[in-house]
Design a protein around this ligand. Structure first.
Ligand code: ATP
Length: 305
């Protein structure tokens, strides 16, 4: 069964330059190749859920530049409803210039552009569509006020919420997330947000519980190749990693969150939905790219068989 998911979040154009080395100040260096791709945590997670069959509506803002229409078209062609997504006059689209060295080491800049204008009023404008969702998904590439407002709106209407607090923002006021369903940091985001160590299992649980004390129902801590931990009032549930030959881990976190939203909104309980998400994210890292590494239901079924 497929659920209905609302994503209040970001989109970005990834501008990926493969370099031999970073230029120094004032220096011009030729680079071997360049690729342009669709990204942004909100769009990636929306597309993962839609590709699996969820009915996804996205509330996002693009620039009134050459990228804006392409971003919206990419969402539509992946089955995401863009009725509440549009271009903002005078704003550039969000872009992420990414530099990848031959070793795979990368350096990333994020220019939020129109994403930084997504406001609480924009969320209110989409309130009716969001109210019909089984689950609302958010990340931190849009203004924090918009995230707080969305959490409050969803809590007031009894809609489940998932906030992926990435990229880590130490100014996030967790006390303004009261009523949030799932908070999904990776271990370094958990450390930044709590100011607590997260080096051991006991430290991870203590840091997660310090967030729950502020009114969040459940914390999902993702641990890369070590799987994930679901921390609730009932205890800690370990989500086992799925061992695969990693080809490209970019976008694995978004595959995990988007597919968790899909499976949970579709009716699976959280531990089962997280176990499926761990499989879906593992499959994505066996393939190159971000959105194009997200499997269809048939490909996922074949992987799980
Ligand atoms: P990203 O680097 O994409 O932002 P993230 O830091 O948000 O990711 P991770 O904890 O790296 O998130 O990964 C999310 C989930 O994906 C993990 O909990 C795990 O289930 C799966 N995963 C990530 N890396 C691997 C891996 N090397 N092998 C198997 N599973 C993985």
């Amino acid at each position: 069964m497929a659920g209905r998911i609302g994503v209040v979040g970001s989109n970005m154009i990834d501008l990926v330059t493969y370099i031999d080395r970073m230029p120094g100040p004032g220096e011009t260096v030729e680079a071997p190749s360049f690729e342009i791709g669709f990204g942004g945590k909100g769009a990636n997670q929306a597309i993962a859920a839609a590709r699996l069959g969820s009915d996804v509506t996205m509330v996002t803002r693009v620039g009134d530049d050459m990228f804006g229409p392409q971003v919206l078209e990419n969402l539509r062609s992946n089955g995401v409803d863009t009725a509440h997504s549009r271009a903002v006059p005078g704003q550039p689209s969000g872009v992420a210039p990414i530099f990848v060295e031959p070793s795979g080491e990368n350096a990333i800049l994020i220019v939020k552009g129109a994403n930084a204008t997504l406001s609480p009023a924009d969320v209110d404008e989409a309130a009716e569509a969001l109210a019909s969702c089984d689950l609302i998904l958010m990340q931190l590439e849009v203004p924090l006020e918009t995230v707080y407002h969305t959490v409050a709106l969803a809590a007031a209407r009894g809609i489940r919420t998932v906030l992926n607090p990435a990229p880590a923002d130490p100014t996030l006021d967790v006390s303004r997330l009261r009523g949030l369903g799932y908070f999904t940091p990776n271990e370094s985001e958990l450390a930044v947000l709590t100011g607590l160590p997260t080096g051991t299992e006991a430290e991870i649980e203590a840091a997660a519980r310090s967030l729950m004390a502020k009114g969040i129902d459940a914390i999902v801590v993702t641990l890369g190749g070590r799987g994930a931990r679901l921390v609730t009032a009932d205890g800690v549930h370990a989500i086992a990693p799925v061992t695969v030959e990693a080809v490209d881990t970019t976008g694995a976190g978004d595959a995990f969150i988007g597919s968790f939203a899909h499976f949970h909104a579709g009716g699976m309980d959280a531990p089962a939905a997280l176990a499926q998400a761990a499989r879906y994210a593992a499959l994505s890292i066996t393939r190159r790219g971000t959105q194009k590494s997200y499997a269809t239901p048939a490909e996922f079924a074949a992987f799980c068989a």
